[in-house]
Design a protein around this ligand. Structure first.
Ligand SMILES: Cc1cn([C@H]2C[C@H](O)[C@@H](COP(=O)(O)OP(=O)(O)OP(=O)(O)O)O2)c(=O)[nH]c1=O
Length: 189
């Protein structure tokens, strides 16, 4: 079976490599990522992953993997900040409290799409103005849900998580391996 990574995220490619998997092809889907009115974060992330999979072509001998990651503070969805001002607002909102990082994966074969979501609790320390300014200056927040990346300098802000580290980075590896395997991709041979 040919593995198609339906994602333009370099993190997801690297995480897949941790499982010893190299996609035969990478095709980033292009979908509208706007939440609908009053959509709950978990529903939103699952819908995004599914829509990415539905927008991806899937040949008879192919298995397509897509994912979506978002940050939720209560019912509020924090996507990728459009600029430094929004990134700063997100950081101030998360400073000194817990939030959830939700990643959904969608695996598509010709018979259909299966979706699985993983929720991780993340605690962020209370951030000083100097920490926020210093972090924004690194530009590491760009393209990251919630405006930070746990695998980069923002690791200094995260004393504790409960859940899946790989899911926070963008691809929950245990669940991904499981879903790929049960959809017909042999990963241990
Ligand atoms: C919270 C967090 C998010 N992220 C990243 C993972 C995702 O790439 C990104 C969320 O955006 P997504 O919309 O999930 O993915 P993407 O646009 O990067 O790629 P594609 O839609 O093509 O699959 O945030 C981190 O790298 N580290 C973190 O700690």
């Amino acid at each position: 079976m040919r593995l198609v990574l339906g994602s333009g995220s370099p993190r997801r490619l690297e995480l897949l490599a941790q499982l010893g998997l190299t996609p035969d092809v990478v095709r980033a889907p292009d979908i509208n990522e706007d939440p609908v009115d009053a959509e709950k974060p978990r529903d939103y992330v699952r819908r995004m992953a599914r829509e990415k999979a539905l927008a991806s072509e899937c040949g008879a001998d192919e298995i397509v993997l897509c994912a979506d990651t978002t940050v939720a503070v209560g019912r509020r969805i924090l996507g990728k900040p459009v600029d430094a001002t929004e990134a700063e607002a997100f950081l101030r909102l998360m400073s000194g409290r817990r939030h959830k990082v939700i990643t959904a994966i969608a695996v598509k074969i010709q018979s259909g799409v299966r979706v699985k979501d993983v929720v991780t609790d993340v605690k962020m320390k209370r951030l000083s103005d100097a920490e926020i300014a210093g972090y924004l200056a690194t530009d590491d927040w760009r393209g990251k849900a919630g405006g930070y990346a746990i695998q980069g300098p923002a690791s200094a802000f995260i004393p504790w998580i409960s859940g899946s580290y790989s899911a926070v980075v963008g691809l929950p590896l245990a669940e991904t391996a499981n879903l790929l395997q049960s959809s017909g991709l042999e990963i241990w041979t």
